[in-house]
Design a protein around this ligand. Structure first.
Ligand code: ADP
Ligand code: ZN
Ligand code: ZN
Length: 740
């Protein structure tokens, strides 16, 4: 169908980036090369906007005179493939979000502009036939650089940048070679074979996981549950190796493409280097929001053309066109960053699963602490469970976990003597310690000891966090910031006290206790500047830090071989949180941060300071027993009627006036009840954060034990919501919400 072009005047339906759940009809003039999936410029109101041709149509509901013509077709990149359009349609249907907004948000910004994108495609240089036949001794001796270039190209094609590494005068020399016809420039050819650095002999468990997935014909979803350090990455590498090979039986002639999704943009540069080293001549691109716009569009194009064989990216990469897609990998599948929290609130993991089934290829979800949703699916047989129960590097074992009962121990600045002693021992042994505290700033709140005043944000229902470095009070929700007052704003007393513990205060306390130790704080404040985090990681690796103080940033996926102690100082608030996912998240976080300890030849220890040492969560952590912990949680969820046993949709609204958001939600609720469909409709309640940035926030939850029933309900309800008066109000519908 894509080859079809319109020769006569005809009608097309175009997706536009506007908040309306329809496509827009335009006419296509004779001679316009208009394929489905093409990006076009069309008049919309008084503007010219970009759109995507989604379909053709024989007739329009609009009067012929009102139908405007497509102005231009952008031929800078090939039309979006049908498969991608189908994926976008699925997302629009499932998340009940306008197709045009889904479609355009899936494109890199450069391809969303109403002007053509001019790729800076790096040319590749290779020997021509004449060049290959040339005897190098025929060249005059003084043309050393030309000799060097020809010699280098005998080993394979190279890019301009690589040639410039040979000599500063390479460009001039190259020009001569091109003119002489010995060298040709061209687009890079995809490799049909690839080198593979087989660094490790797989353990039996790894080998079995690789075999099972590699044998899979067609779609299959696998949950790779492997303890930290069990070598999940190695399994990914070997699977990539399998899937990049040509496989005519599966329609892969020039080899396949692999999509690897990771939760954190911070992890991509490391992983990128790592995979490059394992596949030295495979084109690999990364896609994440940290790239410059031009680079992102360029990488996207390389994926679309099939030239990039490995695509490594954060959640937005799930929408990359991949003509040869043969495998999808989702690392740390439990991570909440796969879910987008605004606009199209999609779960990249779930979209990836749909994509794999649509394409008929295997997908592997990897984690040491799978989400309960995935674990449940593995238990029920929808996904196949693959397990890695041993650490890959012998004799590395899992760390010993110890809980200290803080109701029995005095604390100084949040630290108990046994934990301090353990740090001391590490300092003596020249090993590293990590103190994990998921709260940045100096102290979570400032208090007046005379009248009890607390530093509250006047724009939010939250506290202002004390940051001592610049003597400010900051709201972590809306960004509001003010100087620390000299005296209490209510009673004038000067005795203001920081209450509670943040990473800055922890850093200060540790420095006071261990003056000679080199302490490194890693949180969003200390890593704000570009490159800061990379520099810190290097410092840690090079042994230039003795004690690390950090938030969850430090927990994710990093390998610090000299780290042997992890101290967890105040995890308890999550144990009895109103968020039913809080303890699932806490376990995952602690298992992950604990997994940083003792990765190599040194044994690790995790010390948790808690008031509830006998809580089942800590018991499971001590025995490294994710399986029974997950079972405990699933039983609880089942009893309480929470996901994954029900499917949820959350309608949220926020407005400057409290009544406005409540009125809207009440109306929405009335419509929902009147439908009389088999879904459970809750009452309108304040959001967990009832006021943020001067907006009052409330929500309405709808759920059903059947995903299908919920979807059928939403299909009728959503258009009703679109029709409700919504002045002075922002509202959003979140399907499978993670945050309330
Ligand atoms: P995970 O992602 O499961 O936490 P990694 O993939 O980071 O674990 O592997 C942990 C360490 O084990 C890495 O240093 C890796 O190089 C090493 N490793 C993985 N597989 C093997 C193997 N089969 N033999 C030896 N070392 C391995
Ligand atoms: Zn006061
Ligand atoms: Zn605020």
């Amino acid at each position: 169908m894509t080859e079809e072009t319109l020769t006569k005047l005809s009608l097309v339906r175009v997706a536009l980036d506007v908040p309306l759940s329809t496509l827009f009809d335009y006419s296509a003039n004779e001679g316009l090369q208009l394929e489905i999936g093409a990006r076009v410029v069309v008049p919309f109101g008084r503007k010219e906007v970009i759109g995507i041709v989604m379909e053709r149509t024989a007739q329009s509901e609009l009067a012929a005179a009102r139908i405007k013509p497509v102005l231009r077709v952008l031929h800078d990149v090939p039309p979006l493939p049908q498969e991608l359009l189908a994926l976008l349609r699925f997302c629009s249907d499932y998340y009940h979000y306008p197709l045009g907004m889904v479609a355009l948000s899936a494109l890199p910004a450069r391809l969303r502009a109403a002007a053509p994108f001019t790729p800076k495609q790096a040319l590749t240089y290779r020997l021509s036939e004449a060049g290959a036949a040339l005897e190098l001794s025929m060249l005059p001796k003084r043309r050393v650089v030309q000799q060097r270039i020809l010699q280098a190209l005998r080993r394979g094609p190279l890019k301009g940048a690589q040639l410039r590494e040979l000599s500063a005068s390479a460009p001039a020399a190259l020009k001569g070679l091109l003119e002489a016809g010995w060298v040709e420039a061209g687009m890079p050819l995809p490799h049909t074979t690839h080198d593979f650095e087989n660094a490790h002999r797989l353990t039996d468990e790894q080998q079995q996981a690789v075999d099972v997935v590699a044998r899979q014909q067609g779609y299959g979803c696998f949950l790779l549950h492997g303890i930290t350090g069990s070598g999940k990455t190695e399994v990914y590498v070997h699977l990539m190796h399998e899937m990049l090979q040509s496989c005519p039986e599966r329609g892969r002639m020039g080899g396949g493409q692999v999509l690897l999704l990771v939760p954190e943009i911070n992890l991509t540069p490391q992983l990128e280097n790592y995979f490059r080293s394992r596949f030295p001549n495979v084109e690999l691109v990364s896609l994440h929001s940290g790239l410059a716009e031009g680079e992102r569009a360029q990488n996207w194009l390389k994926a679309q053309s099939g030239q990039a064989r490995i695509v490594l990216g954060t959640r937005l990469a799930v929408f990359t066109p991949l003509p040869q897609l043969s495998l999808i990998l989702v690392d740390e599948e439990h991570d909440a960053s796969f879910k987008q929290q605004d606009g199209l609130r999609y779960s990249a993991r779930d979209v990836a699963i749909f994509r794999a089934s649509q394409r008929g290829v295997p997908i592997v979800l990897g984690s040491a602490t799978p989400s309960l949703e995935s674990w449940h699916n593995a238990q029920s047989g929808r996904y196949r469970l693959l397990q890695l129960t041993q650490r890959a590097v012998q004799p590395a074992t899992l760390p010993v976990v110890r809980c200290l009962d803080i109701t029995q121990l005095p604390l100084q600045e949040g630290l108990s003597e046994p934990l301090l002693a353990a740090i001391e021992t590490r300092l003596q042994r020249k090993e590293q310690s990590l103190i994990f505290l998921n709260r940045r700033g100096y102290a979570p709140v400032l208090m007046c000891t005379a009248c009890g005043w607390l530093s509250e944000c006047k724009h939010c229902a939250g506290k202002l966090v004390l940051h001592l470095r610049d003597r400010s009070l900051r709201c972590h929700h809306c960004g509001f910031q003010q100087r620390v007052p000299a005296a209490c704003p209510t009673c004038g007393d000067a005795d203001l006290k920081p209450v509670g513990l943040g990473t800055q205060r922890m850093e200060e306390a540790l420095q006071a206790r261990f003056p000679a130790a080199r302490i490194l704080r890693v949180d969003r404040d200390s890593t704000r500047n570009k490159g800061a985090w990379n520099a810190m990681r290097k410092q840690i690796h090079d042994g230039e830090a003795d004690i690390l103080v950090g938030t969850q940033m430090l927990a994710k996926g990093h390998d610090f071989p000299n780290l042997t102690l992890v101290g967890v100082v105040s995890p308890d608030s999550a144990l009895y949180s109103a968020d039913f996912r809080a303890s699932e998240k806490l376990f995952a976080q602690l298992a992950q941060v604990g997994g940083r300890a003792g990765r190599a030849d040194k044994a690790g220890e995790v010390i948790v300071q808690t008031a509830f040492p006998n809580h089942p969560l800590f018991q499971a952590l001590r025995t490294h027993d994710f399986v029974s912990w997950a079972q405990t949680l699933l039983n609880e969820r089942k009893m309480a009627g929470f996901p994954p046993f029900v499917h949820q949709a959350l309608l949220s609204a926020e407005a400057k006036e409290e009544s406005v958001s409540y009125d809207f939600l009440q109306r929405a609720r009335g419509r929902a009840l009147a439908l009389n469909l088999p879904v459970e409709i809750y009452g309108v309640v304040p959001a967990a954060m009832p006021k943020r940035a001067n907006h009052f926030r409330a929500q309405l939850l709808v759920q059903s034990t059947q995903r299908k029933s919920l979807q059928e309900f939403l299909r009728v309800w959503k258009p009703m919501l679109d029709g409700l008066p919504s002045q002075k109000l922002r509202w959003a519908l979140d399907i499978d919400p993670l945050e309330f």
